[in-house]
Ligand binder design. Structure first.
Ligand code: SAM
Length: 414
């Protein structure tokens, strides 16, 4: 049976002499079957490989001088070639891992489904969102609403926004846990809580652009047996939004391990505990968002790491400093904003709190708008966003100038 190889062509910066390639191939013969090898071609060298033990390759590079005398030019050139090979294969992002070795050829054969496209068509992807009547026509956000922190009830404030004017909404609503917020009671009957919340989410859907995304950070109240992340997701699905995915935010909050067992050591009613929260992501009308590639600021490494939807991020440590009881950390906002929006997009947080979303959006060169019922949190958000970026932005008003313009609406909360 012929072995399939993957090949990389490279020029080491010197002629590939047969004696040197001999030393390199000698080292490569220690690699797993089917053995990789190098050969010369007209342009330089070609490396053919199938499965590699990269740790062995690195060790061979490090100990090369011990086996072949360092003084020999063959050994130096062989070492240089092995290093180029190592650097080039390390850049390859798609491979399978078997017994600690990387397999670069046919590693996904088992997962291949024949006639995948036909089967997908037959199943009808996101059927629940198909017959929506979302308009693809975008509207600009007026300047008086752009780069603003607005104090008021989102239900009222959002009515002033034109439809289809926001690219990304990132938010975490009050969880109804009974937290001590500045302006809002956080322990309503669940039916009333969801009714008020969904009225605000309806406005959010209206103001999102076609292809825009909403990412909602949710912590269910497990002790009330209310699966808020499912109830909220069900709401968006019912509104014909496409479920783009769910991110599991692992906070590694092991404090919870030591409290509340339910029925201790008995199956009668054990209490399940969680060290994580959820981020449910929905798209309006299309999974694809328009934007020019030069406005994508996520790096290859960030992209590879963040599309794996389990994020290990420690909880926010500065809640006391900002005077807010339920903030998410900046790192979470950085990831959501870079993964789901382009530089220059408009990012909205209708429950902006101490302004994590807006401060990060500003730092990352997005336009932003944050809304919160509490004047105190809005002041913090303004101050925070301003100090985060004021030296990079020319021509922005100071928070104090803005303060005089804001509407301080009497508000009720969900
Ligand atoms: C979980 S906190 C958000 C914290 C924010 N993510 C941060 O990192 O600072 C929820 C926020 O929603 C605000 N809020 C509650 N009801 C509101 C409403 N109807 N309109 C606007 N804001 C509201 C609360 O004042 C609170 O600051």
């Amino acid at each position: 049976m012929t072995v399939k190889y993957k090949s990389i062509r490279f020029t080491p910066g010197f002629a590939c002499r047969d004696e040197v390639l001999g030393v390199v191939n000698d080292y490569l013969s220690r690699q797993p079957e089917p053995r990789p090898f190098v050969e010369r071609d007209l342009a330089g060298c070609v490396f053919h490989f199938h499965t590699l033990d990269l740790r062995l390759l690195r060790r061979d590079i490090e100990t090369l001088g011990e086996r072949v005398p360092v003084s020999s030019s063959e050994s130096r050139e062989a070492g240089a070639i092995l290093r180029v090979i190592y650097d080039e294969v390390s850049k390859i992002g798609s491979y399978g891992v078997r017994a600690g070795r990387r397999q670069y050829v046919d590693f996904d054969v088992e997962r291949k489904v024949r006639n995948r496209k036909d089967k997908e068509r037959n199943r009808s992807k996101y059927y629940y969102a198909r017959d929506n009547d979302f308009s693809p026509v975008a509207h600009p956000l007026p300047p008086e609403l752009t780069d603003q922190i607005i104090c008021g009830d989102s239900l009222e404030v959002l009515k002033r926004f034109p439809p289809n004017s926001i690219d990304l909404i990132l938010t975490s609503p009050p969880y109804n846990f009974g937290l001590e917020y500045d302006r809002q009671d956080d322990a309503h009957r669940w039916e009333r809580y969801f009714e008020r919340l969904f009225a605000i989410f309806d406005e959010c859907i209206r103001v999102l652009k076609y292809g825009g995304r909403i990412a909602v950070n949710i912590q269910p109240l497990f002790s009330d047996y209310i699966p808020s992340h499912h109830i909220i997701s069900n709401f968006f699905i019912g509104r014909k939004m496409i479920w783009k995915g769910e991110i599991l935010w692992e906070k590694n909050n092991y404090n919870c391990k030591y409290t509340a067992w339910g029925s201790w050591k008995s199956p009668s009613s054990p209490y399940l505990k969680y060290t994580w929260e959820f981020i449910e992501v929905f798209a309006k009308g299309s999974l694809k968002k328009s934007g020019s590639p030069e406005n994508a600021d996520i790096t290859a490494d960030e992209f590879k790491k963040w599309v794996v939807a389990k994020w290990n991020i420690a909880p926010e440590r500065n809640m006391k400093k900002y005077g807010h009881p339920a903030m998410f950390p900046e790192e979470l906002a950085v990831r959501v904003i870079k993964l789901f929006s382009f530089v220059g997009d408009v990012v909205l947080d209708p429950f902006n709190g101490a302004g994590t979303t807006t401060a990060v959006a500003r730092k990352l060169g997005r336009r932003f708008v944050g809304i919160d019922v509490s004047q105190e949190y809005c002041d913090t958000a303004r101050e925070r966003g301003w100090s985060a970026w004021h030296d990079k932005v020319i021509g922005l008003e100071s928070p104090l100038e803005r303060l005089s313009k804001t509407t301080d609406e009497k508000a009720t909360s969900p």
